[in-house]
Design a protein around this ligand. Structure first.
Ligand code: SF4
Length: 345
């Protein structure tokens, strides 16, 4: 474990004080932080004209690391998504994915090491949660992805349930808003609920877009898929998401992982379409990605398209996503699990 502290673990005020105490102008702290958040290392930015004082970097480098996360593997999918495996200072690892998008590349970030929710179809939840990430560990995921290319949007949809670590997530998002060039309108926060968790996101008072991980409208089936949420009424989740939409003026996304033979039937599509009618919801259908240790079936292409068409015919906005990065360990947590299993990546 590195004995040096991560520079981005200091707040802006702390960083300014640190530089003042060392005899440098506090404003260099602003420059250093923006450089790191842009995905550059200060040594790379210390070009002629950048005018960083020559003595500044060596002094700080004695006590601080510019990036405490280290990249240990990458996996590229056919659709251009690149998954980065990042090792944390304590030896744990998280994944961050850069999604090319059309004109606005995004970063899909992890908010925890592992996840306590335990969705039965997800690799990240198989071993529970190891720990919450700190704000600077979220910021460094953005920095690493920006080293690979532009990032203009964020989705909190990697490993972890963001509302289980909302204080650190909110801290990181505030830094990105003020210093990292990514405002709340370009941030999507995903949650499985319960309704109180959605309200906590709303109470942050920012115009974040919500993504509700629903996966089943039937309470019994949802409890089977997400046992930790067995007390939650899926329709109350939709009501809480409506409240978020009303408070922020932002429509929300409903995430629905299609599992062959479980939640992809015609009757389920019709019931879901009916439940979404009149709400400011956009349905995102995600054909399930195979996870080695999990016994579910992927939906057939025909069943997935039929589900989408049924919902669309009812006038609900819907998209059938390609299985993101299907060729490259795309289900969240798979790259990290491969590392844990000491397989080649
Ligand atoms: S799908 Fe998301 S909420 Fe569910 S276990 Fe995986 S990381 Fe956690």
């Amino acid at each position: 474990m590195s004995a040096r502290r991560a520079f981005l673990s200091l707040s802006l005020e702390e960083a300014r004080s640190e530089l003042s105490a060392r005899g440098f102008r506090p404003v260099w702290a602003d420059r250093l932080r923006r450089t790191l958040l842009a995905g550059e290392l200060p040594v790379e930015a210390a070009k002629p004209g950048a005018a960083l004082p020559r003595a500044l970097l060596p002094q700080l480098e004695a006590d601080y690391s510019w990036l405490s996360l280290q990249e240990t593997a990458q996996s590229r999918a056919e659709d251009g998504a690149v998954k980065h495996l990042l090792e944390l200072a304590d030896g744990e690892a998280v994944e961050a994915v850069r999604l090319p998008g059309s004109g606005a590349p995004s970063a899909c970030l992890s908010s925890q090491v592992g996840c306590a929710v335990g969705c039965r179809f997800c690799a990240s939840g198989l071993e529970g949660v190891q720990r919450n990430l700190l704000a600077h560990e979220l910021l460094e995921q953005v920095a690493w992805l920006r080293r690979a290319g532009e990032v203009r949007r964020l989705v909190l949809m990697g490993a972890g349930e963001p509302t289980h670590n909302l204080r650190e997530v909110a801290r990181a998002l505030d830094v990105l808003r003020t210093e990292g060039g990514i405002g709340p309108r370009h941030v999507l926060i995903s949650t499985v609920g319960p309704p109180a968790a959605i309200r906590r996101i709303t109470q942050l008072g920012r115009k974040f877009t919500l993504a509700l991980s629903l996966h089943a409208l039937d309470a019994e089936l949802r409890a089977e898929l997400i046992p930790s949420q067995s007390q939650v009424d899926p329709r109350k989740l939709l009501d809480a998401a409506d409240e978020h939409a009303a408070a922020t003026g932002r429509p929300y996304q409903v995430e629905y992982v299609l599992l062959g033979g479980l939640n992809d039937a015609q009757a389920q599509a019709e019931a879901l379409a009916q439940a979404l009618q009149g709400r400011r919801a956009h349905l995102s259908l995600i054909p399930w990605n195979a996870v080695d240790e999990v016994e579910f079936a992927s939906p057939g292409a025909a069943a997935a398209e039929r589900f989408r068409d049924t919902v669309r015919a009812a006038g609900v906005s819907v998209v059938l996503r390609r299985t993101l990065g299907g060729s490259a360990d795309a289900a969240c947590g798979q790259l990290r699990r491969r590392r844990a299993a000491r397989l080649d990546v």
